[in-house]
Design a protein around this ligand. Structure first.
Ligand SMILES: [Zn+2]
Length: 181
């Protein structure tokens, strides 16, 4: 499996973004923690003009990117409020990946895109899913962020999960993906 975006540089190369957006993404990667809390993904998303709504969604659906005329970008992210908060954070980053990489900002009638990890009930494009996950992983863990935290916490997975505000399985996958262990 090849990863097209393993570093922040890969993301910036792939996307033509204005300076403000680049700064917001870099800042998020550089500062996983703000005042001893995992950095707010909602704030990041809103900074990109994408509102975040925690809402009721079908059980197997983690979240989706939807058209929203009241949002600055005309897009909003809906996340399943019944899911674990740490999963919800990752979902927001995943959907931001769809927003930046895949959203057609000219087609207001586009079908909503959604992330669905638990069934094949909904159609999704596996390449786009992989890219959205790579985007989220790189934003969180890339450019040495995971390696630095891994050495700080001596490889303790629960501490790393807390530090990044993600689930322990996500940390374990990322440690392998980024070649830290
Ligand atoms: Zn997705």
């Amino acid at each position: 499996m090849g990863y097209s975006m393993r570093s922040m540089r890969d993301i910036m190369k792939k996307l033509s973004l204005n300076g403000e957006v680049r700064d917001l993404l870099r800042q998020f990667n550089l500062s996983p923690q703000i005042a001893n809390k995992a950095a707010s993904v909602k704030k990041l998303s809103e900074g990109l003009g994408v509102d975040v709504h925690r809402t009721d969604l079908p059980r197997g659906m983690a979240g989706r990117l939807v058209q929203d005329p009241f949002s600055e970008s005309s897009y909003a992210i809906e996340v399943n409020k019944s899911h674990d908060v740490r999963s919800q954070r990752f979902t927001v980053l995943h959907e931001l990946g769809h927003f930046l990489l895949h959203a057609d900002r000219t087609d207001f009638l586009a079908e909503p895109m959604h992330l669905n990890r638990s069934s094949d009930e909904f159609y999704f494009d596996t390449t786009q899913e992989q890219e959205a996950n790579d985007f989220a992983d790189t934003l969180l863990f890339g450019d040495g962020a995971l390696a630095a935290a891994h050495s700080l916490y001596r490889g303790d997975v629960p501490s790393l999960a807390h530090y990044f505000g993600v689930t322990e399985p996500m940390v374990k996958v990322a440690l392998r993906k980024f070649g830290v262990v």
